[in-house]
Design a protein around this ligand. Structure first.
Ligand code: GLN
Length: 201
């Protein structure tokens, strides 16, 4: 069996996720293809999808126009594993507000039962790295790279909190959805991508 994994490539951290996912497959010794996807047709053939970081408003609006947002939603509802990173997490959420401007009118997948605050740690110049821990998924030590990161303010009862930093929730899992406010593709450690591949397998 060979896994077909897609990185949603409308905007954002696409190349880094392709590289990390390929490296993770190698380390696990699992066969698979990792490619960029944009269209509903490409998405319909996937076993798993990564929604990368970038600008959630842009990604949401562009994917609404070509119908890929709807297809992603259908596939995740049907059980396809998805990993949302930063803007990708925002896109997955049911409720989003911005730290400064409040309510945002942006297209959402409305799947992950969390309330998210965009730009929760400040603006671009407030980007930072921190050592974090994800004991429940057996990644005790990981370097979290936070770039205009959101945080998760509230989680629904079916959402497992995987990691917190200074009282803010930064990684969660809900059934087939894994989501982080930090960027696992910007470190050399591919443990998070490996964990996601195992969710697909
Ligand atoms: N602040 C961005 C947004 O709200 C997310 C930043 C990121 O993905 N690194 O979409």
């Amino acid at each position: 069996m060979s896994l077909n994994i897609g990185v949603f490539a409308v905007q954002g951290d696409v190349e880094e996720n392709l590289a990390s996912t390929r490296a993770a497959l190698d380390e696990l010794g699992i066969k698979g293809t990792v490619s960029t996807v944009k269209t509903p047709d490409q998405i319909s053939k996937l076993d798993g999808i990564i929604l990368p970081g970038g600008e959630s408003t842009t990604i949401g609006q562009l994917s609404l126009v070509n119908g890929s947002l709807k297809k992603i939603k259908e596939k995740i509802e049907a059980g396809m594993p998805a990993m949302g990173i930063c803007a990708g997490l925002i896109l997955l959420a049911k409720e989003v507000k911005d730290h400064t401007v409040g309510k945002t009118e942006q297209p959402l997948l409305d799947l992950l039962d969390v309330k998210v605050e965009r730009n929760s740690f400040g603006r671009q110049r407030d980007s930072f790295e921190a050592d974090i821990s994800m004991e429940s998924i057996k990644i005790p030590k990981f370097k979290g790279v936070f770039i205009r990161a959101p945080s998760i303010l509230e989680v629904g009862k079916n959402v497992e909190v995987i990691s917190k930093l200074n009282e803010k929730t930064i990684a969660v899992k809900q059934k087939n959805i894994l989501a982080t406010v930090f960027h696992p593709e910007l470190t050399h450690d591919v443990s998070m991508h490996k964990y996601f591949i195992n969710m697909i397998k």
